[in-house]
Design a protein around this ligand. Structure first.
Ligand SMILES: C[S@@+](CC[C@H](N)C(=O)[O-])C[C@H]1O[C@@H](n2cnc3c(N)ncnc32)[C@H](O)[C@@H]1O
Length: 350
């Protein structure tokens, strides 16, 4: 055994352990609104932050100490002052920012709840169903995916398809399948008021969340329906169907792709957005690949296998995406040139 290599791995492992533990405290800080309280404020001592937040002093001291040691908040050791740098605030306090990452702190701990079920399923088969992850997972997904969709979908992603944007501006029928909390539906409905957008999701929590958010958006051109993707209406003649981070989760991905094709008008477009990944493990041997496989093991794959599904997993790439679309009867498939490190964009039709 090479002791140097072992020590290097110990260091790597302890970094992972630290990240996992600190993530829990960041999740607590998010829930108690600490980042929003600190954003844009001058450095101040513990007593000040206790006064501003009304939090228990001993808890706040330990939370701020964790965050300071981890470099999440800044700490002036000489004066004993804590502050949230603007850069951290953009990622943790401002959900209007496309750089906001704070939703991950709700989603990742929700994944940990699935560990016993995934271990059992790894021995006996089956999986952990989506509904068993609970509302934190639904909200965590909406908050993690939301900032990108809210800010970039209508400014950067859809504009790579000029003709589709022109039609959206004129007014067309759009469906977002597996809409979750409805972020994409709201973004498209706001940007293209002449179009009508319907969000479908099989999950009742997701539809409840989307409908409650719809009230505050006050948009007259949106609608949400609890409906399985296998059963979306085929006589609706949608001019655009979108899926964001959905196909790899499905029990029957090919059947859903077929249904999407049948639900499109002639000349209609399907925009499929999936995690960025290569088709083979050898293409995914990097930190982003590790995150994708981990999310897949603890959520995407297992919730499909829970219902005897395909268990496609989140790390599938353009070759398999094209193959599955062809199997579903689509004749045209194009990977769109969108600069994005999380998502791959496919324009599918025919
Ligand atoms: C990873 S989430 C993505 C949610 C949303 N599109 C987003 O980007 O935030 C996948 C969604 O697909 C939904 N879903 C899974 N299987 C489905 C099915 N058969 N029919 C409709 N929705 C489904 C889940 O309920 C979940 O809301």
């Amino acid at each position: 055994m090479d002791k140097q290599k072992m020590r290097a791995f110990m260091g790597q492992f302890m970094e992972m352990t630290t990240g996992a533990a600190v993530m829990g405290v960041v999740a607590v800080a998010d829930r108690i609104g600490l980042f929003r309280e600190m954003a844009g404020e001058a450095p101040a001592n513990l007593d000040h932050w206790v006064g501003v937040t009304g939090l228990q002093p001993r808890y706040l001291e330990e939370i701020l100490s964790t965050l300071a040691a981890a470099g999440v908040v800044a700490f002036d050791a000489e004066l004993g002052l804590f502050s949230l740098p603007d850069e951290q605030a953009a990622c943790l306090a401002d959900e209007a920012s496309p750089y906001c990452l704070v939703g991950w702190t709700q989603m990742i701990p929700a994944l940990y709840g699935a560990i016993p079920g995934v271990a059992r399923a790894a021995r006996e088969g089956g999986g952990v169903a989506f509904a068993d992850f609970g509302p934190d997972m639904v909200e965590g997904i909406a908050r993690a995916n939301g900032p990108g969709i809210r800010v970039l979908l209508t400014r950067k992603w859809l504009p790579v398809m000029d003709d589709v944007v022109a039609r959206l501006e004129e007014g067309i029928r759009v469906a977002d399948v597996g809409c979750g909390g409805g972020e994409a539906v709201f973004a498209m409905a706001k940007a293209y008021p002449a179009s009508t957008i319907v969000g479908y999701d099989i999950d009742s929590h997701s539809i409840q969340l989307a409908r409650s958010r719809a009230q505050s958006h006050q948009l007259s051109n949106v609608r949400f329906e609890q409906c399985s993707a296998e059963e979306i209406p085929i006589d609706a003649e949608f001019d655009l169907v979108t899926t964001f981070d959905v196909i790899h989760d499905l029990v029957e991905p090919i059947a859903v792709l077929q249904r999407i094709r049948e639900s499109l008008s002639s000349g209609g477009t399907y925009l499929m957005v999936e995690p960025v990944a290569g088709d083979d493990l050898s293409e995914n041997l990097h930190p982003a690949g590790a995150l994708t496989y981990a999310m897949s093991t603890l959520h995407c794959m297992t919730q499909s296998l829970a219902h005897g599904g395909a268990g496609l997993g989140a790390a599938w790439g353009p070759r398999r995406a094209e193959m599955h679309c062809a199997e579903a009867g689509f004749s045209q498939f194009e990977r769109l040139e969108v600069d994005n490190s999380f998502n791959a964009f496919y324009r599918v039709s025919g």
